[in-house]
Ligand binder design. Structure first.
Ligand code: FAD
Length: 439
């Protein structure tokens, strides 16, 4: 059966079908606030919640609707991953800092689970576990070393799954085995966003959707913000714009690269197809440079399959076709399956590839989540807000650093992405060939 043309797919996130973007009742812009927060995703909402509950007057701005950036477009995996290895972190930041960074990942993930539970946020969270597939024997060894490191440093147990047993976890022969960890799960990103927003509104923060912060200037007692709806004074400012940082902050834009990530969704599969493809209903990723991530929908009827997109303008159909081909490569049984949705959002990459909390020119920032913000955005923005409050009751974050360095020859348009993708794709092809030769 021929696959349907990608142009017939919904270009909006699957998540919005059940949890549409919230509409926040409009309120007048205040003339003065204690703290202004720019960006209405997980980070901005988490910061606003912390600040409002501490008694500060807060104005939270998003130029789109709340959550319309990456925070209702993502895969909902609570990965909280750190891209560089422990060894790389050690080389860059020293061994003690490297260990602190890795340990904070565990704390942040557990803090999210506690938060969802205590706040009773109904967002289909399920601690399902995560399978990571290896492309070849060397990858498998590397996953085993990672698993051992997790056990030693964090006390987190993982299971190594040889290729001969991988059908217990995933219905594919594509991988050369993999690892399973049980401390990562999945949630419904848009329901999580809505839950956060409800609590921010209840805490009394001013929430201003469809309001662009166009310019920020230093003032005698803080900052003057020029917005599309007027001007206000804020004593402090926290920027949480991540992959959507725009011309309002050219300094930040030279440091953060917006990279498109895309997700396609299958039509409903039969229970038997789902049981063969994802017998444990886990989250899945693989060890490729251009890694793919995939999961069952919360109702267990569809597969959501995501990966980096590689385009920088328009909404061409090639990235959807490419994801479909990768889905079919992993699950040949699904060849020709109908798709219902295909959408993209921006993740924020930078030269150090770890989440960042920093202060520049008196402005606080929580940003640079490198495609892993379900855990990190909420956590680091809360930490940044506590720092702004001068709250010393919690230890400082290991992610408090100097700002990421500017990227040479870059001012916000990521012209180099197609080139970088071609290099990574070639590396992945070589790694896969190695796996095929050894099989
Ligand atoms: C397709 C996709 C899949 C992903 N999958 C996962 C996953 O499975 N697990 C995971 O952990 N992470 C995942 N991520 C990453 C995760 O979604 C992000 O890291 C996280 O949502 C970032 O949250 P944030 O609040 O920092 O930024 P965002 O939610 O992106 O919010 C930033 C907001 O800033 C606003 N803004 C920018 N400039 C201005 C301005 N001048 N004035 C007013 N507002 C402004 C934008 O409108 C935007 O809404 C994925 C991302 C994408 C796109």
């Amino acid at each position: 059966m021929p696959a349907p043309a990608s142009s017939s797919l919904a270009a909006q996130p699957y998540w919005w079908d059940e949890a549409p973007l919230p509409r926040v009742p409009g309120t007048d812009l205040p003339r003065n606030v204690d703290v202004a927060v720019i960006g209405g995703g997980y980070a901005g909402l988490s910061a606003a919640l912390t600040l409002a509950r501490a008694g500060r007057s807060v104005a939270l701005f998003d130029r789109q609707r709340m959550g319309e950036g990456a925070s209702t477009r993502n895969g909902g995996m609570t990965s909280g991953s750190i891209r560089p290895s422990l060894a790389e972190l050690g080389r860059n930041f020293g061994e003690a800092r490297a260990v602190a960074i890795v340990k904070e990942g565990k704390t942040a993930r557990e803090d999210l689970y506690r938060f969802l539970d205590e706040e009773k946020i109904a967002c289909d969270f399920h601690l399902s576990g995560l399978f990571k597939g290896a492309l070849n024997a060397a990858d498998y060894e590397a996953l085993a070393r990672e698993a051992e490191e997790r056990r030693r440093l964090l006390g987190v147990d993982s299971v190594m799954v040889p290729r001969s047993e991988q059908h217990t976890y995933i219905g594919t022969d594509f991988y050369r085995g993999g690892s399973v960890r049980f401390d990562i799960g999945g949630l419904h990103p848009a329901k999580f966003l809505n839950g956060l927003l409800e609590r921010v509104l209840a805490a009394g923060a001013g929430v201003h959707e469809l309001t662009t912060v166009e310019k920020v200037e230093r003032a005698a007692h803080g900052f003057t913000l020029s917005t599309s709806r007027g001007t206000l004074q804020a004593r402090d400012l926290l920027v949480c714009t991540n992959g959507y940082a725009d011309g309002a902050d050219p300094w930040l834009r030279r440091r953060i690269v917006p990279v498109r990530s895309r997700i396609i969704v299958t039509e409903e599969l039969t229970p038997e197809q789902m049981a063969r493809a994802m017998p444990k209903r886990m989250m899945h990723v693989d060890s490729r440079k251009l890694s793919y991530y995939y999961r069952p929908s919360p109702d267990g009827r569809r597969i959501l399959f995501g990966g980096r997109d590689g385009t920088t303008t328009g909404d061409p159909h090639e990235p959807t076709d490419h994801l479909r081909a990768e889905l079919e490569r992993i699950f040949p049984e699904l060849a020709g399956i109908g798709l219902s949705h295909s959408w993209f959002g921006h993740v924020a990459m930078h030269r150090h590839m770890i989440p960042r909390i920093f202060v520049h020119g008196g402005i606080h920032y929580a940003t640079g989540f490198c495609g892993s913000g379900v855990v990190w955005a909420r956590w680091t923005a809360r930490k940044a807000a506590l720092k702004l409050l001068g709250d010393a009751s919690e230890p400082p974050s290991a992610f408090e650093f100097e700002p990421p360095p500017a990227i040479p020859l870059y001012n916000g348009y990521p012209w180099f992405i197609p080139l970088a993708f071609a290099v990574y794709a070639a590396q992945d092809r070589r790694a896969m060939k190695k796996g095929e030769r050894a099989a």
